[in-house]
Each structure stands twice: as structure tokens, then as C-alpha cells.
Design a protein around this ligand. Structure first.
Ligand code: TRP
Ligand code: ZN
Ligand code: CA
Length: 438
């Protein structure tokens, strides 16, 4: 088992640009100006998770009251989750299968980057039973996994492991979707799945805090989270193998997960430690029509959503590339008088997704008549962004300026060039240095 629990000590790997230059390194390629180490998981906003529950409820209401396999409310749920993930920069795949004569769908979302040979998965079943909207079972797990994935995107998490999120179809028919996924995963691919985290029913209205007793590292990661917020946990015993983690466990993949209880009754001892009502089911609406947005403990949903994020951050050993990172080329480049354009390149790597709408290009060009100069920022795909035009009336020296470029249509990673052309005779100069700040 390859998962490890990161230590509490953070190594702040800060590359001091000045140090590199002082050491005599020719700055022919860019040096990242700062690189932050990992990483506390963010707080997952309860309001955002609940907003997804409201959407799942509306989808059920508009589609005959459920989101069950083979019913239109299921496909509408898939479309809702997929659209959020696509907009956030995930690579999504809808996997179709057939069960009981109806088409079913799994949704798989890969976060670009990380070691695909060490893939950490998290998933939840997205289908309800046909008798209700399935908000605790299992819009709760679906929404928490979705909001954690969106948090990965917001943080631009750069984990050492590859992250893959999944929403399963037809769980209520016997783990059909997750079994289909695992059975169709070539054995070489199965062995790359370092762990699978399952979230099925995590907002029960009379909640318990149950951790699956499976892989010890995953289990300890969840226990550490709850210990940190002072909430006691118990081992999940209401039905091992009754959710999608069983499909993974059956082929030897390490699994873990969280659960707040279904039809079993809360004992007096449990009510003592967790509050709520003893002698009553954890979820009196389990598999029934009253499993609506009213059938949720906000406290349980909030804690468990944060626990999902904690596990994803910890187990993937994520690091972030924060805003404010810069990439600089300080090598001098002569700009020939009334000659061809010259360029200076910085190589950006290790980022995810596109460049920001407020990409800053700070240029330091020494010149004896700056009106001679035309300056462009050239994106990795060759798109040029004009920073400055020539002007025969601008006789001042030097261009020392920071330009803001809306580069949100450009991939962040790759070779960015500062292109400078001197278009008028007599005065000359050179690119002293320039940097891109993300
Ligand atoms: N969807 C599951 C089911 O209907 C709910 C469930 C019951 C469950 N017991 C569980 C989920 C234990 C996880 C662990 O069976
Ligand atoms: Zn369920
Ligand atoms: Ca000139």
C-alpha cells in the first residue's frame, strides 16, 4: 500500500531568485520566483454543498420525484455535475453501461497532473432509489465530492498523486456502475489506483460519525480529521460491502470512507457522545420519499465535507502553486537598431489550466529612445499580445513598466516570449530582464 501520511512539518521550498543569480546561474530559462509547500485543506463551504443539494432536489422534483437509474432525473444529475467540472478544468468522461434494460452512466473526472501511476480516487453514487429524491442517500456524498473537486480547482492543487473523482450510476441496483468501472479497468490501470475513498450518506439527520475500517492509512486520515475537531468516531458496521467501495476492495484496491448512518437505531451511548435522538434511526427517511433537502443535518454535512477535502489533500500530498508566482529571464538580449524582432523566453511549468485574466508582464528594457520599440507578449501557442506600440514622439529612455494581460484563453504552461522590435533608426538598447507574474 503506497499511501503515506504527510508529516506536520512543512518544508518551505522557496527558491530565491537573487540567490540563483548570485550563484552565477545564467538566467537563460525562467526560475519560479516562489514555490509554496503543502498545505492545509481548505474549508469546504457548507452553503456551496447545500446549493448542490438544492439543485439535486429540483432535478428530482422536475423529473417525477426521483433521480433513479434509468429515469430522466438521473441523467439530469450527471449533466449538472459534469458541467461544473468541465468549467473548472477537469477532464470528464461519461461511461455508459446497461442495467435492467436501461442505460446507466458513470461520470469520471480527472484533475490534470500528478503521477498517474499513483492515482487517488474519491467517489459517490449519484443515483437515488425510485421512491424519492435521494438527498441524504446520496446527493450528500455526491455534493461533497463535487465541492471538494471544485476546491481542488480553486486552489490549483498540484498533488504528487493524480486525482480522479467519480460519480456512480445504479448503486441502488447492486453497485452496478462502480462494478462496471472496475471490471472495465485493465489490470495495469487497476494497479495504478493507490486508493479509493467512498462517500455514501454523509448528512444523516440524526447523525453518527462512522469511518470505514478498511485501509489503515485512509482510516487514520479520517480519524485524525475528526480528532482535530473534537468529534468522536466509530467504526462503520451497518453494512460493510453495501456501497461502491466494495467494488474496489474486491479487486484489492485500498479503500476507505465515511458514513453517518442509515436505518439502524442510534443508541443511548451514541446520543450521549454525538447528540441527537437515541432510539431513533440515524436516517428515518432512508430509501423513502421523505429523503429531501429537509432530511439533512447541516453539522454532519459540513464536518464530513471538510473531512473529504482533508483526506484528498493529505493523501495526495498536494502542493499549491499560489498566485504571485513569477518566472523571470534576466539574461540580456540586444535589440538591433531598426532590425528584426528579438525574443527572451521564460518557461512556465507545473501549473494547471489557463493563465490568469490579470497576467502581469513586467519588462525592463534599456534604450535611448523608447518610442522606437514595439513590444509583444507571445503566448506558448504563438498568440501575440501587444504591450506597447512605437511612437516617434516618445523620446524618453527605457521601458520599465508592468503590463496586465488578459491571458485567460492561454494555457499557463509552456514557453512565453517577450518579443521586442526596434522599428526606427539611430537609438538602440537591450532587454535587461523581464518577468511574468501569475
Ligand atoms: N446506499 C447504501 C445502501 O443502500 C447505504 C448504506 C447502508 C451504506 N449501509 C451502508 C453505505 C454502509 C455505506 C456503508 O445500502
Ligand atoms: Zn447510498
Ligand atoms: Ca532605433
Amino acid at each position: 500500500m503506497n499511501l503515506s501520511v504527510p508529516g506536520r512539518t512543512l518544508t518551505a521550498a522557496v527558491f530565491a531568485l537573487a540567490g540563483l543569480l548570485a550563484a552565477g546561474a545564467p538566467a537563460a530559462t525562467a526560475a519560479p520566483g516562489a514555490q509554496a509547500a503543502a498545505l492545509a485543506a481548505p474549508d469546504i463551504p457548507l452553503a456551496s454543498v447545500k446549493a448542490h443539494l438544492t439543485q439535486f432536489q429540483s432535478i428530482a422534483t422536475a423529473n417525477g420525484g426521483n433521480r433513479a437509474h434509468g429515469r430522466p432525473g438521473y441523467k439530469a444529475s450527471i449533466d449538472y455535475v459534469k458541467a461544473k467540472l468541465d468549467a473548472a478544468g477537469f477532464t470528464t468522461t461519461v461511461q455508459q453501461f446497461t442495467s435492467s434494460g436501461a442505460t446507466g452512466y458513470n461520470l469520471i473526472a480527472d484533475w490534470p497532473g500528478g503521477d498517474t501511476g499513483q492515482t487517488l480516487m474519491a467517489g459517490a453514487h449519484l443515483d437515488s432509489v425510485s421512491s424519492g429524491a435521494g438527498i441524504n442517500d446520496n446527493a450528500s456524498g455526491s455534493a461533497a465530492v463535487l465541492e471538494t473537486a471544485l476546491a481542488v480547482s480553486r486552489a490549483q492543487l498540484q498533488p504528487s498523486k493524480h486525482l480522479r473523482f467519480a460519480w456512480w450510476g445504479a448503486e441502488e441496483l447492486g453497485l452496478v456502475g462502480s462494478k462496471y468501472y472496475v471490471n472495465n479497468l485493465p489490470s495495469a490501470e487497476r494497479s495504478k489506483v493507490a486508493g479509493y475513498l467512498n462517500f455514501d450518506m454523509i448528512g444523516s439527520p440524526n447523525p453518527g460519525y462512522f469511518v470505514y475500517d478498511d485501509d489503515p492509512v485512509i482510516e487514520q486520515t479520517f480519524k485524525d480529521y475528526f480528532a482535530g475537531i473534537g468529534v468522536p468516531t466509530e467504526i462503520e458496521t451497518e453494512g460493510d460491502g453495501r456501497s461502491d467501495h466494495a467494488s474496489f476492495k474486491n479487486v484489492g484496491i485500498p479503500v476507505g470512507g465515511l458514513f453517518t448512518g442509515a436505518s439502524r437505531t442510534k443508541t443511548a451511548a451514541q446520543a450521549q457522545k454525538w447528540g441527537g435522538t437515541s432510539g431513533q434511526a440515524f436516517d428515518r427517511c432512508y430509501h423513502s420519499s421523505c429523503d429531501t433537502t429537509s432530511n439533512i443535518s447541516d453539522t454532519a454535512l459540513d464536518r464530513n465535507s471538510d473531512a473529504v477535502a482533508h483526506a484528498i489533500w493529505s493523501l495526495s500530498s498536494g502542493t499549491t502553486v499560489p498566485p504571485g508566482d513569477f518566472y523571470e529571464n534576466a539574461a540580456d538580449v540586444a535589440v538591433p537598431d531598426a532590425g528584426a524582432a528579438v525574443t527572451s523566453t521564460v518557461t512556465v511549468s507545473g501549473r494547471t489550466g489557463n493563465a490568469p485574466a490579470t497576467l502581469k508582464a513586467a519588462v525592463d528594457i534599456k534604450h535611448t529612445f523608447r518610442g522606437d520599440l514595439v513590444i509583444d507578449l507571445v503566448a506558448p501557442d504563438g498568440t501575440a499580445y501587444r504591450l506597447k506600440n512605437s511612437s516617434s514622439s516618445d523620446s524618453a529612455d527605457n521601458v520599465i513598466a508592468t503590463y496586465t494581460v488578459n491571458a485567460s484563453a492561454e494555457a499557463a504552461n509552456g514557453d512565453w516570449k517577450l518579443r521586442v522590435q526596434d522599428v526606427a533608426r539611430y537609438d538602440t538598447g537591450y532587454i535587461d530582464s523581464w518577468r511574468l507574474t501569475f
